[in-house]
Design a protein around this ligand. Sequence first.
Ligand SMILES: [Zn+2]
Length: 608
Amino acid sequence: MAGHIPEETVDEIRKSVDIAEVIGEYVQLKRQGRNYFGLCPFHGENTPSFSVSSDKQIFHCFGCGKGGNVYSFLMEIEGYNFIQAVQKTAERTGHSLPEQMKEEPAGKQDPEAQSMLEAHEWLTKLYSHMLRNSKEGKQALQYLLDRGFTEEIIREYQIGFSPTSPSFVVTFLEKKGYHPQTMVKAGLLNVNDKGDYSDRFRGRIMFPLRNHLGKTVAFAGRSLGDQQPKYLNSPETDLFQKGRLLFNFDLARSAIRKTKTIILFEGYADVIAARQAGVENGVATMGTSISEVQAQLIDRYAETAIICYDGDEAGMNAAAKAAKLLKLTGCQTNVARLPEGMDPDDYIKKHGGDRFKKEVIDASDPYTSFIINYLRRNYNLQLEGDRIAYIEKVLQEVAQLDRAIEREHYLKEVAADFDISMETLKDEVDQLKKRVPSAPSQGKQKKNWQNRSIDSQSMHHKLLPAFHNAERKLIANMLKNPVIADKVQEELGGSFNISEHQVIVTHLYAYYEDGHAPDISQFIERLEDESLKNLVIQLTMSPNAEEEITDQELGDYIHRIRMENTDRTDIKSLEAEQKRAEQHGDPIKAAQIAMEILRRKQELKNTH
Ligand SMILES: [Zn+2]
């Protein structure tokens, strides 16, 4: 199965990633107990029935039945073949594959993408070197220092300088052996009609944009003097999609995990300023409003998102848009307030990091109060029509709150501001609540979704014949425990009644005989058939799979399976006998046997 990658390597690479992290890049996952849940990427659904187990390192969809380990997931979602899936995973963990493996193209991210990535690495180093060691660069360095960048921050962010010469990078990359056309595609070089290549970035301070793995995938260049445009970024390429990248996510990740909070800024300069001031969990979008993918990424890593945009009209509008999107993902969303006309960088420079943390970040408004204030600017509250329209908008927001105490809090404010009775307001909100389903919010509602999908599955299994359930339960336990597998092998061997089960146990016996420990994620590599893989996953992810079985139960299951087996064999031989009687012209005997078969089948049904 593993092609020519040694099996141990395949295992080792698989074990060094967390499947939840890989899948989390495609699916918004929420932790629920031991597992993560989200909407299945393989079939359309509105309620999450897709689950990922970090313990077992597998995923499973209770809706469409798809399941597998990290390799199966990547194969399914990216269309990779097995080897490509292993390669992709190896890249992420920094594992080196045997040399001949690396040469092999890895699907969408082929040698071209690889050389684009390498060229970015080289240029990150080159630009950073030029900042310190060229005459122009030294000016740029002084400019940075004058603007409050510390040496440490300059190093940490690998800030550099692109020389003004039009072909400095052209020559450099050529010497390194990169094809200039590929480098144009990478957004590092320009080409004119005549086919002459030139450097894209010239005489600029260069900020590498790193992906979440810490690899440079693009640059942001900022001009030093009057050069236009003031800000020049890499174009979108195969490596760099603005809507997917959050600036600083690689460095912020651990702080985000620790604080469960992420701070979203408008630009990289704010993130860097904030980090210098000791705010380590900041990220930024790259000059675009936040995308759904980014919102989901934020939601997956953080419980709370604090939006900290510029304190002007445009900043407020962008904040409102981002807040709505983040709120929809289920993230607790706050919006920080900056004095009119100030951006986070200005504020930190003027008031310092401590005050920024205390008076801006910690004092940020919860979503609802932000939006109530924000809506106000669209209405002239002196006019009755506007006033009513505004109150209606506010009530719509309030109606979406899950907790009565929160609703009450805002309603009191409205009641006081507009001199309306609480009773009237509450009535209105109740009406609205009936009409508008509340937005997804933390916890409660999602839990219900999850239970619903599991319930329907266990309901389905209750309807299976007893022997069928016995086989499922046995296999689920055999997958966890080689001692049970041993015992079943001794007692039953391969004589399960369901043919898929026969195949699975046969593989499982062999798997344990090879000296492997229980490991679902590894075991399913041995099953060629997709539907068998899915079945195994389904068995281990079923709601009762965690329960240990007693010896008594084990005996009962084995007994039940054996009985079914005998009954089936009996019926089969009776059927053969009936045929023979018919062939020998003995209709009475044939009829008698037919009756007997019917009786046995009835009996079989009754015992289930
Ligand atoms: Zn599905």
